[in-house]
Ligand binder design. Structure first.
Ligand SMILES: NC(=O)c1ccc[n+]([C@@H]2O[C@H](COP(=O)([O-])OP(=O)(O)OC[C@H]3O[C@@H](n4cnc5c(N)ncnc54)[C@H](OP(=O)(O)O)[C@@H]3O)[C@@H](O)[C@H]2O)c1
Length: 300
């Protein structure tokens, strides 16, 4: 797909920029002339991604990188202010991920950690990029949700809950920041082979993969290009009258329902936890971690 406008003169920060989606989104923006800075926690990964993208687009501004934790306010603030090859007009955040565990087998600290990586990271990206983008004359923030953010997703409750919270954050941020010329949107991708942990666990199992395809009218897996084109649209001036949306790019999965993830959940959690959860009792692993310990402490 060809977007109509160039991104020459646009500075862009991609948080999680060394990852599967992050580096693909960064490559797509670089292709159209943006001056991109990647942020992540691992220097080697960022350096490799920056070199790969710059080699693909020798006429575009060099891709830069900074290390930092997307859940740390100081790091995110420093990253937002580090973009100086061109004024910051675009911020993409991809930090996040999902836990495959049904509700009765889900530990409280896992839910909290998923809230941090999926919601707090996006909150910080918006809070620290928006003032810089506004002072540059306005621009766009694009977050990364998931099809699980749009409806019930059995066996992945913490992913569904925290990505739905991210989508709520996007709506409020778009509403509050629109008058500053800052647009805030999110893509809602379906399953793509990015090499990330959760997708790999599903893709490795042909039977499980078939259940994913069955719930998509366009019955194939997504590609990095499918999602990158949506991000490019939301990031650039072509979408200048669009804010506060979650754009599903998932083969029409939202028209049907979540795939049945029981087989992969059994592999990850073990039959005992899944049988407990399906049988209506709190899984043994959760009881041991949170409840049995408290009971023995009370006895002392
Ligand atoms: N792949 C899919 O099928 C799919 C579908 C729907 C939605 N998504 C969403 O897409 C996003 C990216 O997924 P992906 O598949 O591209 O995963 P990925 O390949 O694992 O990439 C994630 C990147 O984020 C970085 N990162 C993680 N925690 C960070 C933190 N606290 N601060 C800064 N950087 C951090 C990681 O690098 P370091 O560890 O080196 O920091 C990594 O480069 C996630 O939000 C995920 O929920 C994925």
């Amino acid at each position: 797909m060809a977007m109509t406008d160039s991104l020459d003169g646009y500075g862009a920060l991609v948080i999680g920029g060394g990852g599967g989606f992050g580096s693909a989104f960064a490559e797509r923006l670089t292709r159209d002339g943006a001056a991109v800075t990647l942020m992540g926690r691992t220097a080697d990964t960022l350096d490799a991604a920056a070199k790969r993208i710059s080699a693909l687009h020798p006429d575009a501004p060099d891709v830069r990188w900074v290390t930092g934790d997307g859940c740390n306010p100081l790091d995110v603030d420093a990253a937002a202010h580090s973009v100086d090859a061109a004024p910051l007009r675009i911020c993409i955040t991809t930090v996040g991920g999902g836990t495959i565990r049904p509700l009765l087998a889900l530990r409280t600290d896992t839910l909290r950690a998923d809230f941090d990586r999926n919601v707090v990271s996006a909150f910080l990206a918006i809070r620290h990029a928006a003032p810089v983008i506004a002072s540059a004359g306005g621009g766009s923030i694009v977050c990364t949700s998931t099809s699980a953010g749009g409806f019930s997703f059995p066996h992945m409750p913490s992913y569904a809950v925290t990505k739905a919270a991210l989508e709520a954050l996007v709506r409020v941020a778009a509403d509050e920041l629109g008058h500053l010329g800052v647009r805030v949107n999110t893509v809602r991708p379906g399953l793509v082979d990015t090499g990330g942990a959760a997708p790999t666990q599903v893709i490795a199992d042909p039977e499980q993969l078939a259940t994913v395809r069955r719930e998509k009218p366009l019955a194939r897996l997504g590609t990095l290009d499918d999602i990158s084109e949506g991000v490019r649209y939301l990031a650039g001036p072509e979408s200048s009258w669009v804010t506060g949306i979650a754009l599903p790019i998932e083969g029409g999965n939202h028209l049907r329902r979540a795939p049945d993830l029981e087989p992969v959940a059994r592999r990850i959690c073990g039959d005992e936890d899944i049988d407990d959860a399906h049988g209506g009792v709190i899984a043994r692993s959760v009881r041991e971690a949170e409840l049995d310990g408290r009971q023995s402490a009370r006895k002392r």
